[in-house]
Design a protein around this ligand. Structure first.
Ligand SMILES: Nc1ncnc2c1ncn2[C@@H]1O[C@H](COP(=O)(O)OP(=O)(O)O)[C@@H](O)[C@H]1O
Ligand SMILES: C[C@@](O)(CCOP(=O)(O)O)CC(=O)O
Ligand SMILES: [Mg+2]
Length: 355
């Protein structure tokens, strides 16, 4: 049996980083997906005692762990169908040891965080039974578009479906994809969050939530509000192609916050006000109480203010500043999206006026 699950990436319109410290943020799913395809095997079926295999198609890398090594390192984990238990430090150490035998090219060493999240999700949900997972993605990895969350959400969706916990006949068919019901999505989201914790260290949960539930959301302290948006605005996404790592950037902001607690609390408070204002503008526009051009002017100003505050947090980068200056020549407003330090930049593209 093969199970395939896919989950989208995202853009954060306003509020990244501050959301980790309790401020509101606004994010929207984008039309770029990560897909995980899982085939369960029976011991001996692949000619050996059985292994768990991860095939990262886009990187042309295949990783494999014999089930016997997994059992030796992790014990007789039986697989868990319900809500997740967070990965304990001992479990994390055992998973780190399982990484040692894998040949990860030096230039792609950042993949080890994704591999660890995979091993945690796979063995926690299915136990140490043999299987193969193939992952493909439209998303650039480590560029601020939430590839880590899309990886964890699609993986959790496939694993929980194979375990028979979610999705079995419960959803409504759309094209060839089955949509999960709300409770199933909640469970997928909880597992994906645990995976994100392994990759990000201290994620807010916004990325896995928007990847799981889709659409546009406001997110604050784990609470999600769906934002109905009519007359969607257009955003250009520029990838600076400067690689960076969300975990390190999030840790850097926390260190700055512990050095300057009062100043950074004010920065996070200002970001919260920006996110609250932006989400109410989106909702008012959906109710036709605000004209599209006035909405876009306000969105642009709020994004510009947010970019200034992200600079205060220390997460901009010369490559981001170059995009800001280039788009400013055309009177367009841009801001970084995701963790910054390189990665992607959003530019608001105004709707042409009809007059
Ligand atoms: N398709 C994938 N295959 C393997 N690992 C992935 C994949 N997508 C994401 N990851 C993991 O997520 C990390 C990137 O996440 P992160 O630094 O949060 O950036 P972003 O989420 O913005 O792309 C990678 O280093 C890798 O460990
Ligand atoms: C910086 C942050 O707000 C978003 C990170 O997004 P990404 O991994 O760069 O796509 C972290 C978080 O909210 O968990
Ligand atoms: Mg990420």
């Amino acid at each position: 049996m093969e199970v395939r699950a896919r989950a989208p990436g995202k853009i954060i319109l306003v509020g990244e980083h501050a959301v980790v410290h309790g401020s509101a943020a606004v994010a929207a799913a984008i039309d770029l997906y990560t897909t995980s395809s899982l085939s369960l095997l029976h011991e001996g079926e692949d000619g050996g005692a059985g292994a768990v295999e991860l095939d990262l198609r886009d990187s042309a890398l295949v990783f494999s762990w014999p089930c016997s090594s997994l059992r030796r390192a992790l014990g007789e984990v039986s697989g868990k169908a319900g809500a997740p238990t967070p990965c304990s430090p001992d479990e994390l150490a055992a998973i780190a040891k399982l990484m040692e035998g894998q040949e990860i090219p030096e230039a792609k060493i950042w993949l080890s965080a994704g591999l660890s999240a995979f091993l945690y999700l796979y063995t926690s949900i299915l136990g140490c039974r043999p299987g193969k997972v193939v992952v493909t993605s439209d998303l650039p990895i480590g560029a601020g578009l939430g590839s880590s969350a899309a990886f964890c959400v699609s993986m959790s969706g496939a694993l929980l479906t194979a375990a028979g916990t979610v999705g079995v006949g419960g959803g409504s068919g759309v094209e060839e994809w089955e949509l999960f019901g709300k409770d199933d999505l909640e469970l997928v989201n909880q597992w994906a969050f645990q995976g994100e914790k392994i990759i990000h260290g201290k994620p807010s949960g916004i990325d896995n939530s928007v990847s799981t539930f889709g659409s546009m959301i406001k997110f604050k302290k784990g609470e999600l509000t769906n934002l109905k948006s009519r007359n969607p605005v257009k955003m250009l996404i520029t990838d600076t192609r400067v690689g960076r790592n969300t975990k390190a950037l999030v840790a850097g902001v926390s260190e700055r916050a512990s050095r300057h607690p009062d100043a950074m609390a004010s920065v996070f408070h200002a970001v919260n006000s920006i996110s609250e204002e932006l989400s109410s503008i989106v909702e008012l526009a959906a109710e036709d109480e605000i004209a599209i051009t006035s909405k876009e002017d306000k969105l642009a100003e709020l994004m510009e203010m947010n970019q200034g505050l992200l600079q205060c947090m220390g997460v901009s980068h010369s490559s981001i500043e170059t995009v800001l200056q280039t788009t400013l020549k055309y009177s367009l407003v841009s801001k970084l999206t995701g963790a910054g330090g390189g990665g992607c930049v959003l530019t608001l593209i105004p709707t042409p006026s009809l007059t």
